[in-house]
Design a protein around this ligand. Structure first.
Ligand code: AMP
Length: 452
């Protein structure tokens, strides 16, 4: 998953982009970048690391311009190398073009093969570069037409921001897999993966960019905004996992507040998978907090923060020796023994992927004195990999791809295990955001052909 942010016609475009990316840090922590322009040449800075560390005052001062796009990377395709950091920037016969992409294309390898046979030389291993090559090879002489031509050839998930010396363009794929919202800051257009970026910079949220919509901001035309619909309509397939886990709870995604949707998922879970005789509901922080509140309210069981999360674990933490391997989970999640001792507890999390977190956590809860541990998951079993931009392991590593709920229960060591049904998930999600979700990671029903 990744984050994108863009703003046009602003006094401090790079500074605002930096703040927007900061608010979207949860969508990608491997690297970050900003490309800005005054309407002539681009200014660029990209580096591996966190937004707050990379964009110092000195760096931002060099990123001049009235318009900018930015990106936080979470590698899904391509490796974690600096060539893959975005926004990508390329020179072509149309001049320089920069692209920031959230999502994954599912026909990239076919396209790369064809483009390489025709002489293209790829500089990165990211699927996003395909879009730039297709733009460069287009016969169209205008960026809007060339971009449309390129995007008609790609299949999969893309929420994109494209910048050149004349335009900032925001576009969402026809299925609308990934979120993309637009707003206004001092009367000028601003775009972001999630509304939380607008909250931070004091922008007002206007609306989602519709699936298949292209918004063009023209620098020459006083940053006027134009909405185009260049693609054939196709059924909407928004990623339901954004609501379950990925988006920030204080964001509005697909027109619904993530906080409320997650609470409703917890209530639906309590309805479908009650835990009679339990004393307390405890979240796995932070991912299970909102569903736990919903579970607790529906089941009338007290809610307690019986597990405390340390926020000071960097990605650099290396488990030093085999003998202290369990530190990984214990360092991050520590049970409060006085809250759980002798109690039958319902532990709520949003998803179970490889099962390693839950297995270790449940052991720590028992060590801390829990009498019974009933694990409840506010989504269906994650049984299929995502090809549209969520970083999931291969099918083989997904516990639910080859195990029944009962064998997963045994593996994680819970007294009982209950998942939310797919019907329950889609009922809650569509009550909040209307119909039209991709749920391939749970159902295996991929909305497009996949040729990776
Ligand atoms: P696991 O230990 O592999 O079962 O991981 C489960 C935990 O990972 C849960 O607490 C989830 O909130 C979290 N999680 C689920 N999907 C993802 C993802 N794509 N990236 C990072 N964390 C995730």
């Amino acid at each position: 998953m990744c984050a994108i942010f863009g703003i046009a016609g602003a006094e401090e475009a790079s500074n605002l982009t930096y703040l927007g990316l900061h608010a979207l840090q949860h969508r990608g922590q491997e690297g970050t970048g900003i490309v800005s322009t005054l309407g002539q040449e681009p200014f660029v800075h990209k580096e591996r690391g966190l937004v707050g560390d990379i964009f110092t005052v000195e760096v931002i001062e060099k990123l001049k311009g009235h318009s900018a796009i930015g990106h936080n990377r979470y590698s899904t395709t391509g490796g974690n190398t600096s060539e893959n950091l975005q926004p990508l920037l390329m020179k072509s016969s149309l001049g320089w073009i920069s692209v920031a992409h959230n999502g994954n294309l599912v026909n990239a390898s076919d396209l790369i093969k064809k483009l390489e046979e025709d002489g293209s030389i790829f500089q990165s291993t990211s699927d996003t570069e395909v879009i730039l090559h297709l733009i460069a090879r287009s016969k169209e002489r205008d960026l809007i037409q060339a971009l449309t031509h390129a995007l008609k050839k790609v299949v999969g998930a893309y929420s994109l921001l494209v910048l050149n010396s004349e335009y900032l363009i925001a576009v969402r794929d026809p299925s609308g897999f990934r979120p993309l919202v637009m707003g206004k800051h001092n009367g000028k257009p601003v775009f972001a993966s999630e509304t939380t970026a607008f909250d931070l910079i004091g922008a007002t949220y206007e609306r989602e960019i519709a699936p298949g919509e292209m918004i063009v901001v023209s620098f020459r035309d006083h940053f006027k905004v134009q909405s185009l619909r260049p693609f054939e309509p196709t059924p909407t397939k928004r990623c339901v996992f954004e609501q379950v886990y990925f988006a920030r709870p204080d964001s509005s995604v697909f027109g619904a507040t993530v906080y409320h949707t997650r609470k409703k998922l917890g209530a639906q879970l309590a309805k479908e998978q009650p835990a009679p005789g339990a004393d307390l509901v405890i979240p796995v922080p932070d991912s299970g907090v909102y569903a736990s509140i919903g579970f607790s309210e529906f089941s009338k069981l007290p809610f307690e923060m019986g597990i405390i999360r340390s926020h000071y674990i960097g990605r650099t933490f290396i488990e030093p020796r085999q003998s202290i391997r369990d530190f990984g989970v214990k360092l991050k999640l520590n049970p409060v023994s006085e809250v759980i001792k002798g109690k039958s507890i319902v532990v709520v999390d949003d998803s179970l992927v490889r099962g390693t977190t839950s297995k270790k956590l449940i052991q720590h809860l028992r060590d801390a004195g829990a009498r019974e541990v009933h694990l409840r998951i506010s989504a269906p079993p994650t049984a299929h990999p995502c090809f549209y931009g969520v970083d999931t392991p291969t099918k083989r590593e997904l516990l639910a791809s080859t195990n029944s709920v009962e064998s997963i229960r045994k593996f994680v060591g819970a007294d009982s295990l209950g998942y939310l049904s797919l019907t329950g998930l889609l009922k809650v999600a569509s009550e909040s955001s209307g119909e039209g979700f991709c749920h391939a990671c749970f159902s295996g029903e991929y909305p497009t052909a996949i040729s990776l």
